[in-house]
Write a protein that binds this ligand. Structure first.
Ligand SMILES: [Zn+2]
Length: 358
């Protein structure tokens, strides 16, 4: 009996323990499940938060990008153009090979700024022509912000030369067109060509007494001396004190780095402070560059002519440049047939300034 009671007690304890184990397991299982569930939910929440942040960041960046594109589309276009087209150093040094499109865009942006910044300088500029009609025209143009649209400024650098310059002057005369000449030092025998340029209503400007980069870009003083010397000479030849200049190689040239780092940054400011203006170009005829013949020169010019802004066309009248001379009548014919007008650079011509790269 005693043994039986013991067995009953043992059974009871076993059953009790089993029940406890079952209940414990159940509790552990339930708690564990809930814990896992909580962790899972938390993870899921973290994932969601990340997702939201990602989406948010993405959206914001997207917006920024969109806004940037809208706001700075022009800059971006210029930058992207620059990336593709900005001239390697060699091209820039060649001064003629810089992408026309890049120059057009750059010139548009910079010239406006420069123009605004230098209005006070305009009064200091010695009039190149005292013609009353022209002065009236200029006043009208000042009132018309689109006055440069479709205007072509033909410019001839590195002259005068005895064999090319007179023929260019003849062509301009036949077509009743005024143009601009950026001169280098000339011999006594060519002085009459400079006088003829002025007499026939063209603008004479200063390219430089010397065109030799290593000399003129050696220092600020050597550059200034180089333009004042020629300015004085032109005054003796023609009676005109010209304040129009063009940097050899353009203001964006990088060749000057070889001789004086930062000199173009200094010079571009210095010239304006002294009342000079400088004119780069937004169309390069490549007549001193990659054009193989007159047809190439013609194509380089007409391809980039635009009625949406002024067209500053870089050509040359140095002695060996027959390509430019031969192309000129065709360029003029095309321009006239397509409604362009021609002007010589005058006090109301906005500066065409490229990016300074040194
Ligand atoms: Zn030149």
């Amino acid at each position: 009996m005693k043994k039986r009671k013991f067995l009953i007690d043992l059974n009871f304890i076993t059953v009790f323990l089993i029940i406890i184990i079952i209940i414990s397991t159940a509790i552990i299982a339930i708690v564990g499940y809930n814990l896992n569930k909580t962790i899972a939910v938390t993870s899921s929440n973290i994932a969601s938060i990340n997702e939201i942040e990602d989406k948010s960041t993405g959206r914001v960046e997207g917006n920024i990008e969109e806004n940037t594109q809208n706001t700075f589309s022009q800059s971006q276009r210029i930058n992207s153009t620059n990336n593709v087209n900005i001239p390697s150093q060699n091209q820039q040094e060649n001064a003629g090979n810089i992408s026309n499109q890049t120059q057009q865009e750059n010139a548009g942006n910079i010239s406006n700024q420069t123009q605004q910044g230098n209005i006070k300088n305009e009064n200091q500029i010695v009039q190149n022509t005292g013609n009353t009609d022209q002065t009236n025209n200029n006043k009208n143009k000042q009132n018309n912000p689109n006055s440069q649209n479709g205007v072509i400024y033909l410019t001839f650098d590195d002259g005068p030369s005895a064999n090319i310059t007179p023929k260019i002057l003849d062509i301009l005369k036949e077509n009743n067109i005024k143009a601009s000449f950026f001169l280098v030092n000339y011999s006594d025998s060519n002085e009459k060509l400079v006088q003829r340029e002025v007499n026939e209503g063209h603008t004479v400007g200063i390219h430089g007494y010397s065109h030799e980069y290593s000399k003129i870009y050696r220092s600020k003083d050597s550059y200034l001396k180089n333009i004042y010397t020629l300015q004085e000479k032109i005054k003796k030849s023609t009676g005109i004190t010209t304040m129009y200049t063009r940097f050899p190689g353009g203001s964006s040239n990088t060749i000057s780095r070889r001789y004086h780092k930062g000199i173009m940054t200094d010079l571009t400011k210095e010239l304006l402070n002294r009342g000079f203006k400088y004119y780069d170009w937004n169309i390069c005829a490549e007549d001193a560059g990659s054009a193989k013949n007159a047809n190439d020169v013609y194509n380089y010019v007409v391809k980039y002519l635009s009625k949406k802004h002024g067209n500053m066309v870089l050509m040359h009248d140095f002695a060996s440049n027959k390509k430019g001379l031969e192309a000129l009548p065709k360029i003029i014919k095309y321009a006239k047939q397509n409604g362009y007008t021609f002007e010589a650079i005058n006090d109301d011509t906005p500066m065409f300034a490229q990016h300074v790269n040194n």
